[in-house]
Write a protein that binds this ligand. Structure first.
Ligand code: CP
Length: 310
């Protein structure tokens, strides 16, 4: 049983709760793989995706997850809603709440926006990415993908490479993987490395090769040009040369290491095309697992205490 009505981040989510989500996602993955992708777990429940930033994977996988579980899914794009007329986040949230929404899934450029929303609504709120803070469901699907391959997260060495400063994916993975017993090393240019990153619970280096050497998992991060000031690295070409995931660099990792990326990818910038499409890449599998993890989460957040047996 999850302790909160909301999933706002992995920083404050227990290892036992992460375990429950990952175990439930295993069952949901069997549903996705079957000929009849329909279960009654969310029958009579409604889910709204509320997106103030663009998305393909997160938004559509939540909407599909809801539909596969027989719930009612709707979506709101902020720029095409009354937000464009000046409506505040809290007024928007209250409006959706009184429509009888059971779960609101929010992506917002401001750190803490889902936390603010959660305080003002009866519905469960899921953070689908808030500024540079957290993207918990991405980290959950990443952990699910690693566990699927290696059987356990305990003791894995995970190298996370790229624009760490602007990456909510990196933060959620650092929190989540640490709780599940994996060791995280982050690497990237000093200009894209947060000060005191090690206080989050990981090692940090500017030498990408050192981070990748012997790793079980190598995760590339998207260069987030939309959040960056100018001048954080000399050029895209040089970034790729010194920090990009190339075949030569991946050869430093374990032979059976997984190559991961949350997507969307900038081919030839943070990752070479032959690596993204290569035999070690599980980037497509991550997307499939995203649906399973989000199905699990929607189910766990909407079931009653009686259904959970507590
Ligand atoms: N990984 C991820 O969050 O992708 P989208 O922006 O497409 O949702």
């Amino acid at each position: 049983m999850l302790r909160s009505k909301d999933l706002l981040g992995l920083r404050n989510t227990g290892a036992d709760e992460i375990r429950e989500i990952l175990d439930t996602a295993k069952i949901m993955k069997q549903v996705i793989a079957s000929n009849n992708k329909k279960t009654p777990h969310l029958q009579g429940k409604s889910v709204i995706t509320v997106f103030y930033e663009n998305s393909t994977r997160t938004r559509l996988s939540f909407e599909l997850a809801c539909k596969y579980l027989s719930g009612t899914a709707s979506g709101m794009t902020a720029s095409a809603s009354s937000v464009a007329k000046g409506e505040t986040l809290i007024d928007t949230a209250r409006t959706l709440d009184v429509m009888g929404t059971d779960v609101m899934i929010l992506r917002h450029p401001m750190t803490g926006a889902p936390h603010l929303m959660a305080k003002h609504v009866r519905a469960s709120v899921i953070n689908a990415g808030d500024g540079t803070n957290e993207h918990p469901t991405q980290a959950l699907l990443d952990m699910f993908s690693m566990e699927e391959r290696f059987g356990s997260l305990e003791g894995l060495r995970v190298a996370i490479v790229g624009d760490v400063t602007h990456s909510r994916v990196a933060r959620s993975n650092i929190y989540g993987l640490g709780k599940m017993g994996a060791k995280v090393v982050v690497a990237g240019p000093a200009t894209l490395m947060p000060v005191e990153v090690e206080s989050l619970g990981c090692e940090a280096t500017c030498r990408v090769d050192d981070a990748i050497r012997g790793a079980d998992v190598v995760m590339g991060l998207r260069i987030q040009l939309e959040r960056q000031k100018k001048g954080l690295f000399p050029s895209v070409r040089e970034y790729h040369k010194f920090f990009g995931l190339t075949e030569e660099r991946i050869a430093l990792a374990r032979k059976d290491a997984l190559v991961m990326h949350p997507g969307p990818i900038n081919r030839g910038v943070e990752i070479a095309s032959d690596v993204a499409d290569g035999p070690q890449s599980v980037i497509d599998g991550q997307v499939t697992n995203g649906v399973a993890v989000r199905m699990a989460l929607l189910y766990l957040l909407t079931r009653t205490r009686a259904e959970a047996g507590v």
